[in-house]
Design a protein around this ligand. Structure first.
Ligand code: TXA
Ligand code: MG
Length: 354
């Protein structure tokens, strides 16, 4: 299958590209669309054919559920069942964070197919702020299921060319909306209503941080796997996001995350690339060996939001260099830095450990 890449600039191109995207979705086919976080592979939630195509193109296991993207806040009630107590809190959260990179896990509406939720009684819902995605949702008039537009377990694409690299030949259409503004996948939140403050389980760290959510509820501590359990799965919280396997977002080249420069001893004859936070020699990583290339997340200044935008883009470049190992510096674990470190930790776990 030929995969076409359609522009959204100038405005006349935008009109015809979006019309084509909507027509493709109406036929029950799939389209790659930009969001503010990462590019998504979208399909009409009412089309079983489209949902099957999403799983097929991504080689995604059918046990890993999809996020449903809605065109406006009120559409939440078409895909999720929300009782009064939850509604009061949700309205405050939607007011503050939507449209934006926050996904809610809620009891699913009976009309949402089990294929989308992988048989779970819950559905993941979000409302993106991306103007192109929003226009497609509006013109189609139905919600879209859209996971990140990468093959399963690979790095999420933050540009149309990266999405094409992942899915070329497997899907009909990619809409080019430029670079993603945030660069990391949405935060995933499961809410537990209790006698006191609502308890927030952050199933995936992302652009909406624990600090951002704190004014609205209590952040649940993540249960650590007990050293006494043999199998990691035994200790995983029952409602961990099912797609959040330990190894995820991984380049093909092995990646090692350091916490201190002293942890690294280069091996004779091995070629390394460095994923540096600020690219400053004072940080002690740049001169550990003769790196084939150093990729800098936030040159000079060290701004975590900038590092987030560039992370997947640079990981992809480092992966294409053909080195033996990518060495990654840590970034400060505040605000979106926690989500960056989460992705780096997952990327540094070899796939065989999954
Ligand atoms: O920013 C994003 O969220 C992007 C853009 C395209 O919207 N989408 C995205 O989708 O990252 P995906 O499928 O790559 O990641 C969604 C995660 C998966 O780990 C999945 O297991 C989890 O959400 N998930 C979906 N439905 C769930 C549910 N009912 N309960 C728990 N986790 C769920
Ligand atoms: Mg993904």
């Amino acid at each position: 299958m030929e995969t076409r890449l359609l522009p959204t600039d100038p405005a006349s191109a935008m009109r015809s590209s979006l019309a084509e995207a909507v027509a493709t979705l109406e036929r029950g086919d799939v389209v790659v669309l930009p969001t503010e976080t990462v590019y998504g592979l979208a399909g009409d939630i009412t089309s079983p054919k489209a949902i099957a195509r999403i799983f097929e193109a991504k080689e995604r296991p059918s046990v890993d559920p999809l996020i449903v993207h809605i065109p406006r806040k009120e559409a939440l009630y078409d895909v999720a069942v929300v009782d009064d107590a939850m509604d009061k809190l949700l309205r405050k959260l939607m007011e503050t964070f939507w449209p934006g990179p926050l996904t809610f896990i809620l009891p699913k509406h009976p009309s949402v197919s089990d294929a989308i939720t992988a048989g779970l009684p819950t559905v993941a819902v979000r409302m993106t702020s991306d103007p192109i995605f929003k226009r497609v949702l509006h013109d189609l008039g139905r919600p879209l299921a859209a996971p990140s537009a990468n093959r399963f377990g690979r790095i999420s694409p933050t540009s149309a060319s990266a999405a094409l690299e992942e899915l070329n030949g497997r899907i009909p259409l990619v809409i080019d909306g430029g670079a993603c503004a945030t660069g990391l996948e949405s935060s995933i939140l499961k809410i537990e209503l209790t006698e006191g403050k609502p308890l927030f389980h952050i199933l995936r760290h992302g652009p909406v941080t624990a600090e951002d959510l704190k004014p609205f509820g209590k952040i649940a501590k993540k249960r650590k796997p007990s050293p006494h359990t043999k199998e990691k799965e035994d200790a995983a919280p029952a409602w961990e996001a099912p797609g959040q396997t330990d190894s995820h977002y991984a380049p093909i080249t092995p990646l090692r995350l350091l916490s201190d420069p002293s942890e690294f001893q280069p091996e004779e004859g091995k070629r390394y690339a460095l994923l540096s936070y600020r690219g400053l020699e004072d940080d002690g990583y740049m001169e550990l060996t003769e790196f084939v290339e150093t990729f800098v997340l936030s040159p000079g200044s060290g701004k975590v939001p900038e590092a987030a935008v560039r992370l997947f883009f640079l990981m992809r470049q480092a992966d294409q260099l053909g080195v033996d190992e990518i060495i990654a510096e840590p970034v400060p674990e505040h605000s979106i830095g926690s989500a960056i470190m989460d992705r780096l930790r997952r990327a540094s776990i070899p796939a065989t450990d999954q």
